[in-house]
Ligand binder design. Structure first.
Ligand code: T1G
Length: 708
């Protein structure tokens, strides 16, 4: 028996019960050692004296899936599917005792057992779709046999975790145990199997629920339409559904073959490689030096300065995390507005069914207060300034905060691009100052850029990461520069988009190209959503400070000056009729743009979709490389995570730098060299990119060396 799986027999008055325990920390992933151990234990049980077996995981969870680290490497026999079939083929019953999260191959193993019991806190699921895969060990064939096609399709194409009580209702498990020890739960159920002489019940033989859907093309087409709409270009949800449909259309053995074919197709897809990159990047991004050297400070109470869009969103995200918050505004009237902003968000949560009125009232009445007196921040462990984006305003505020905040309090600015070193310099405690850049709406967007200034104490940076975890956000460490990571990259590809429009490409073609790449919306649709007047004001301010490089936003200025501010005025790049949020292209806009081109003596040359995206992505990748080169981002994966969680980059493409690796850095550099001929300033290649190509390395090699 491998050390990953142990076998023992427990004798009691009910009879001999075999206990097969899996011990492969941290999540009992079904590694080769586990699979081999399970195969050996199954044979031992078959030949042994025990009449029933309990399969259980040690540590924090039952099997949480196949070992993702083995993907992409030659699979060592026995495969999980073979082990699972051997369990199901036994002629003595096996009871699976579930705790923690039985996911992917873990749930598939449980489905091959003849009975399943779970502790109440357990969750089950088939999240392979999130990795760009599908349940490849019989899950798409066995789950429908327990729940029916529609429920199985929803669970498999969403990848969601199903809490044990719901799993019981759906027929995925047979009992929920009130205790929290899976072995006790398993033994109790095993004794029942013996005393009631419960038969071997093979999931694959339960045909009723799949036969009910056999031939129901209308159902299959309806499911296909729904999954395709939600998938937004991602392959795995669609092939997951085809495998589930096969469970209704084909006998079990052929359904299994179909599942295998579809699984291998996904395993070979670039989307799987990208999504698994994101799985590990999600877990690496929180590993920063300051969490080695620093200790997070307490985060029991917070104060938020400012009750506008950002201040109220930040306040609510803290309320959702159960943190008592005091929101402070400059006077009573503004404080009242801030309160309205917070309560509007809370009421919206009730309307959307996120929580009930009682919960909303608790958040509003117990956890949160509003004041117009800055001394109200005196007992806060963390103070987050979310005031107007102006350096003088922020410096003045930080001087006041410095006077009132308690010793050891963490002082953060939510600025989206201003210099944290400069803000810290006006306080007597620059070591306690950092940037916490939330993204709007702050109670929804998961990205939090944690900006570590020159003198920020490691404890303070570590506190930023602890806050991200507490708020269920994805914290990314950023250095100090204009725009940190995300906005600095955004500025580059939006500039490139503006150049392409001014040079002759329709803004509607750019949006279409970006949408078909997998973004939820194109840059001009995004501009209409954010408000073209906002961009206009920002550009005006930057021109007053001295605009660097080509100015290609005259057409946008023209639109803003004509009052076409986007969705909020019903017209921007698009026309929004009777309050619809889906706009229609407007020939008048194209007229305005061609007018600007002729005023600037530009002979328009329109680009095709492929060229649009080559330019759009090259601008993003080049700036991302510079950000890594300058150490503003710790690793390339930090840039990927930022663009995934803050800017809508399609997850199944892995992030801009993973995407660059997958198309080949030599190709990206060749594109940049080609574009550089037109505009050597904008297209100066990042030195890191040049070096990586010369060394025959890629961004992922940097991720790996950084994580050693
Ligand atoms: N394989 C290998 N390592 C894994 C792993 C896995 N399946 N799951 C987690 N880890 C590592 C993770 O990288 C981290 O490592 C540590 O465990 C703790 O994880 C055939 C093909 C189980 C809910 O998709 O959802 O089965 O960073 O930080 O927040 O059909 O991990 O410490 O070095 O996430 O408590 C399907 C993926 C696989 C589940 C726990 N299963 N894992 O969350 O801890 S494909 C999944 C999770 C499959 C079959 C198919 C979560 C978790 P390190 P963590 P957590």
């Amino acid at each position: 028996m491998s050390e990953a799986v142990s076998y023992e027999v427990v004798s009691d008055e009910a009879g001999d019960i075999a206990v097969i325990s899996i011990d492969n920390p941290p999540v009992n992933a079904a590694s080769h050692a586990v699979r081999q151990g399970l195969a050996d234990a199954t044979s031992k049980f078959a030949e042994g004296s025990a009449n029933v077996a309990v399969l259980v995981g040690k540590g924090r969870t039952f099997i949480a899936g196949a070992d993702i680290r083995e993907f992409g490497k030659p699979m060592q026999a026995p495969g999980l599917g073979d082990v699972i079939d051997a369990i199901e083929n036994l002629d003595k019953p096996v009871v699976c005792a579930i705790h923690g999260t039985a996911l992917g191959g873990g749930l598939e193993t449980a489905l091959s057992c003849h009975y399943r019991v779970a502790v109440k806190s357990a969750r089950v699921g088939l999240p392979e779709v999130l990795l760009g895969l599908l349940p490849g060990a019989g899950g798409t064939q066995r789950l429908p046999r327990l729940t029916g096609i529609e429920t199985a399709a929803e669970i498999i194409t969403s990848g969601r975790h199903v809490p044990a009580p719901e799993a019981l209702k759906l027929g995925i498990i047979d009992a929920v145990d009130d205790g929290d020890d899976p072995l006790t739960a398993g033994l109790t159920f095993a004794r029942r199997v013996l005393s009631e002489n419960m038969p071997v019940r093979r999931t694959r033989e339960l045909e009723e629920k799949v036969l009910a859907a056999r031939g129901n093309q209308a159902l299959f087409d309806e499911l296909r339409a729904g999954v395709k709409r939600k998938a937004k270009g991602q392959l795995s949800p669609q092939l997951c559904l085809e495998a589930v449909i096969a469970s209704a259309e084909l006998p079990f053995a052929e359904g299994l073959k179909r599942e295998r074919e579809l699984f291998m197709e996904l395993m070979a897809s670039p989307q799987r490689e990208a999504l698994i990159h994101v799985f590990f990047a999600d877990r690496q991004v929180g590993k920063v030096p300051e969490l080695e050297t620093g200790t997070p400070r307490p985060l029991d109470r917070a104060a938020v300065i400012g009750g506008g869009t950002m201040g109220s969103g930040i306040t609510v995200s803290m309320l959702f995390a159960g943190m008592p918050v005091t929101m402070i505004e400059r006077d009573e009237e503004s404080a009242a507005c801030g309160r309205q902003n917070v309560e509007r968000i809370l009421d919206d949560g009730v309307r959307r069914g996120k929580f009930d009125q009682a919960h909303r009232d608790r958040l509003a009445n117990d956890l949160y207060s509003v004041s117009s007196d800055i001394s109200a921040l005196a007992d806060a462990d963390i103070v987050i300034e979310a005031a107007f984006e102006n350096m003088e305003v922020k410096k003045d505020l930080f001087q006041q905060i410095d006077q009132h905040a308690k010793n050891g309090a963490v002082l953060a600015s939510n600025t989206s691009y201003l210099n944290i070193n400069e803000i810290a310099s006006v306080t007597g405690r620059p070591q306690d100052v950092l940037g916490l850049h939330f993204f709007s709406p702050a109670h929804v967007m998961r990205l939090l850029e944690i900006v570590v200034a020159d003198r920020t104490d490691p404890d303070v940076a570590a506190t930023g990461f602890a806050l991200a975890k507490k708020l269920k956000k994805v914290g990314v460490r950023a250095g100090v520069c204009d725009g940190f990571i995300g906005n600095r990259i955004l500025e580059r590809y939006l500039s490139q988009a503006a150049y392409m429009v001014e040079d002759g490409t329709s803004p509607y073609d750019i949006d279409k190209a970006v949408l078909s790449f997998g973004y939820p919306m194109g840059p001009n649709q995004m501009g209409d959503l954010a408000g073209l007047d906002i961009g206009y004001a920002n550009r005006k301010r930057k021109r007053e400070e001295g605009w660097e490089g080509r100015y290609a936003a005259d057409y946008m200025d023209r639109l803003a000056e004509l009052g076409r501010h986007g969705q909020k005025t019903g017209r921007g790049f698009y026309i929004y009729e009777d309050g619809s949020r889906v706009g229609k292209p407007d020939p008048e806009v194209l007229e305005i743009i061609s007018q600007v081109r002729s005023e600037k003596g530009i002979t328009p040359v329109a680009l095709d979709e492929e060229t649009i995206m080559r330019r759009y992505m090259a601008a993003m990748i080049n700036e991302g490389a510079r950000i890594v080169e300058e150490g503003i981002a710790l690793r390339p994966l930090d840039v990927d995570i930022t663009m995934l969680y803050g800017y809508g980059f399609p997850r199944w493409r892995g992030g801009p730098l993973k995407y660059a690796d997958m198309i080949g850095l030599d190709k990206v550099l060749a594109d940049i060299r080609e574009f550089e001929k037109d505009d050597p300033v904008f297209w100066k290649p990042a030195q890191l990119l040049v070096d990586l190509v010369e060394r025959g390395e890629n961004f992922d090699s940097l991720n790996k060396s950084a994580n050693r």
